[in-house]
Design a binder for this molecule. Sequence first.
Ligand SMILES: Nc1ncnc2c1ncn2[C@@H]1O[C@H](COP(=O)(O)OP(=O)(O)O)[C@@H](O)[C@H]1O
Ligand SMILES: [Mg+2]
Length: 159
Amino acid sequence: MEGKLRLAKKNLNISLKQKPASFQTSSPELTEMLGMKLAKWIKKHRVGCVVFLGPFGSGKTTMIRGVIKGLTGLNNITSPSFTIVNQYAKGKMNVYHFDFYRIKNATELESFGFSEYIDSGLLLIEWPEVAMEKIPPKSLKVTMEFLGLKRRKITIGFI
Ligand SMILES: Nc1ncnc2c1ncn2[C@@H]1O[C@H](COP(=O)(O)OP(=O)(O)O)[C@@H](O)[C@H]1O
Ligand SMILES: [Mg+2]
């Protein structure tokens, strides 16, 4: 409950001039809720791409679930770790959820055809390290860290 309160009080006031905003969540539900808040911000500021950094189990997919839910209302968001990309569309909103864990280098990324996705929808990317040279400027960066079994530190800023 304490975590919920803290999250509810905090606004996502990120701007290019400000330093990154930092949050803590104490459950997957709260991380998903933060994702939904981020969705509002993405829409308002017309963000084209968000990369998610953090180790396995830190909550990247969980937070992205909230972002996609917030933008499209869809509820069946699964990890694209085997498919590399999942697409979600609702009205004019087109979202691509990538997981580049299995992509080894720039050549593999090229043959996957990543460049063609840029500017064709919102890009949400897990394990973006291999794609950093292709990430458009003014993208957002979400960094997720373990603070405990259920506690995560989530930092949101520009790349
Ligand atoms: N505060 C939290 N935020 C996000 N996930 C959490 C949290 N606490 C526990 N978890 C658990 O951690 C795991 C996160 O998994 P996932 O979102 O798939 O991570 P990743 O995509 O970074 O590998 C889930 O099993 C989730 O239930
Ligand atoms: Mg994941």
